[in-house]
Design a protein around this ligand. Structure first.
Ligand code: ATP
Length: 364
């Protein structure tokens, strides 16, 4: 079992910097939890507190029901894989993987068995006699994973383990890490600033900013139901578009109104906004939630001028000048648009997001 609980945890560094503030989080046994956020938001600090590499300045950190605030790293039953892999250059791959077990004086036959099993799972058996300098980046990454696997920890911690790999290898290693989680049946806590990595790997994602949790949820929650504009903007490519306007209720329905746009809000959204006539809001439209075919009628159409066209393989990104704002939409590659064209796009009204204009909190 490895359930990890943060109860009002604080981290202040020696220079007084408050890196993690009032963190309350319950990581379930066998969960794959991803800590996601921009550089400096406190992800690594949070992971290091679980590992015992950073002490906790306030609150309680529990493994199952045991307080571990003061438990040294080697007594925590966690294994960590770093971005740099931290391999020993003069040791063979076998000895790099075996090192932790050798230090703990595990029986030689047992070490041999565990190293070979891990190497087989990671498909690096043929590399066991090599040194790290004789390996590619992806192979080194596997050795680092193997070293953590043979310890059979209750908790697997990973800090941006794929960021030194090229794009194609990153995608295939993602799939392998996911499989590894399924086969190991242990709790994984994984740090990344890469939204795609978080969305593919996580059971749940914790989005952080400036030491504070901005949302915790499944990938679907985080992408489809962002609780604030920070989370909405952090995920999505190109990022979500915002247009400021006002809510207008009339004749039993509601509209989002801007000088150059009137969108009819569907009932599912209207029902959550009762009594908010005249409220200043920030509308969010995800880049992919528009369509040119079947113009949606006046209450679902946005008009603008194309000011850039960026092909991205199967799709294209349209830069769209809307009343002085530059919006970006993702449309099919077959739509032939040139810079300067006037375009009307129909908006998927059921996928709109609405936020408070000042606080950025979701109204839905
Ligand atoms: P990155 O993706 O860049 O690694 P992160 O989200 O993992 O970022 P942390 O490494 O947790 O961020 O750092 C959080 C904040 O704490 C940063 O502003 C960082 O500068 C600060 N910080 C980290 N280590 C220390 C330290 N030893 N002393 C003082 N401040 C620190």
């Amino acid at each position: 079992m490895a359930r990890i609980r943060f109860n009002n945890v604080e981290k202040k560094y020696a220079n007084g910097f408050h890196a993690v503030q009032n963190l309350t989080l319950d990581i379930q046994d066998k969960e794959f939890l991803v800590l996601l956020g921009p550089s400096g938001c406190g992800k690594s600090t949070t992971l290091n507190m679980i590992a015992g590499l950073e002490d906790v300045s306030g609150g309680a950190l529990l493994f199952d029901d045991e307080l571990v605030n003061y438990t040294p790293p080697h007594k925590r039953d966690v294994a960590m894989v770093f971005q740099s892999y931290a391999l020993y250059p003069h040791k063979s791959v076998f000895d790099n993987i075996a090192f932790g077990l050798q230090m703990r004086k595990v029986d030689r036959a047992e070490i041999d068995k565990r190293v070979r099993e891990a190497a087989e799972k990671l498909e690096i058996t043929h590399l066991l006699d090599r040194r790290p300098s004789q390996l590619s980046g992806g192979q080194r990454q596997r050795v680092a994973l193997g070293r953590a696997m043979v310890r059979e920890p209750s908790v697997f911690l990973m800090d941006e383990p794929l960021s030194n790999l090229d794009a194609a290898l990153r995608i295939s290693m993602r799939a392998e890490i996911k499989e590894l989680h399924q086969s190991m049946q242990t709790t994984f806590v994984y740090v990344t600033h890469d939204q795609a990595e978080a969305l593919t790997l996580a059971d749940r994602i914790v989005v952080m900013k400036d030491g504070v949790v901005k949302q915790v949820g499944t990938p679907d929650d985080i992408y489809e139901r962002p609780e604030n504009t920070f989370v909405a903007s952090f995920l999505g490519s190109p990022p979500i578009n915002y247009i400021d306007g006002t809510l207008k209720f009339a004749g039993g329905g509601a509209q989002f109104l801007h000088e150059a746009l009137a969108l009819d809000l569907p009932e599912a959204i209207t029902a959550k906004l009762s009594g908010q006539d005249g409220r200043k809001v920030r509308l969010g439209i995800r880049a992919e939630d528009v369509d040119e075919a079947a113009a949606g009628g006046p209450g679902a159409t946005i008009h603008g001028k194309v000011n850039s066209v960026l092909p991205v393989g199967s799709d294209q990104f349209l830069g769209f000048d809307f009343y002085g704002n530059e919006l970006f939409f993702r449309v099919g590659k077959d739509l032939a648009h040139k810079v300067g064209d006037d375009v009307s796009l129909s908006v998927d009204l059921n996928r709109l997001h609405l936020f408070d204009k000042d606080s950025g909190a979701s109204l839905l």
